[in-house]
Design a protein around this ligand. Sequence first.
Ligand SMILES: [Zn+2]
Length: 430
Amino acid sequence: MSAIMDLLLFNIGELATLSHGDVSKPLSGTEMANREELIIESGSSMLISQGKIAKIGPEQELLEEFAPDMENGKSNLIEILNVNGAAIIPGLVDCHTHLLWSGDRSNEIRLRQKGLTYQDISNQGGGINKTVISTRKASQKELESIGHRNLLQSSNYGTTTIEAKSGYGLSVDSEIKILEATASLDGINHNVLPTWLGAHDFPKEKKPSEYMDELIHEQLPLVAEKNLAKWIDVFCEPGWFNLEQTETLVNNAKNFGLKSRLHVDEFVDSGGLSLAAELGSCSADHVGFSNSDSRDKANKSGTMQVFLPGTPYVLGKDLGEGIQECLENNWIFSLATDFNPNCQTLSLPFIASLATHRIGIDPLTALVACTRNPASTLNDELENCVGSINVGGPADFNILNAKSIDYWCQTPGVSPISKTFFSGSIVKSY
Ligand SMILES: [Zn+2]
């Protein structure tokens, strides 16, 4: 008996395959909103076999070929799912999360509302250091169970591939513990792709130069030896890791075969995006304050700009003009959640709601920015190319609660999804 029975979906509404051209490559500008090329109108059927998309075609054709005996929606030859005219979109791809950490800092909203700065809160024992203390105390098993809980949330909102950073350990043992817990989560209901973010901040107990030595000579070799990460990330921002330290870390990581994705230009334009482009980073994330020349340079070097509008949203800040600038100039960009203790959402539909309702982005453009485009920064590390729906590709997709694909990001705070498939199996169903 085959592990997973073949499944035929019929009565599909709009089907957003996003599979125009070379699906391993990102889209930009108006091609992100090209409905003719990216969406199949209602009336198609899709065959799932061995965890992959085996065939997509006109409904009548596929029903006659695979379920000629169908009666009252049932066949003895194959499992059948009547989608009832609902739209289908690819499994969502979240390319920037801090998936594993322990503790709670939700009280900090009241401190911020009283006018306390990030530094004030940190001086009172809050901020990232509070999360570091709590995460260091947590066992690997506890972190794994936190990870399972977080991934259920992520599945609930339709994500099937997720990048997960370490970075709340800031010591050899605890960074390794977080990455080992992360590795245990892969393949259950998501592809989980790990990034080493030892350079998230400087730990309180060490001088910056001592910690740089530890990162380069202890953490990095161990992470590489144990094959616990695909990328290095650095929090490159004035007051944290400067441009020179960032370059040193990325170049050392390159010697161990690690590529890079970087936190840059979140608070000011410090030249972080420009550096990421020079270093050939896969992605440069936040990029809220990056200048136009850096954006152009990043696009030319193939460095994906990843916008994280959930972060300025929870901090009460402006969402910025960067996304529109990218669209107008045909520069590649993506969206991600930045799930972390201050921005506790794993909902890409919510992030896309910010992009559509607050920035004016077309829902299909936002969908490409949450699927095919971020996938292009991760696909090298996956067996199959994710982020689109195409024959031969993995059966990672979502059935929505409506006929139009635009619905996918128009229900802020509520999941728009009725069923999520990961590798051909249902991982969420209502
Ligand atoms: Zn982040």
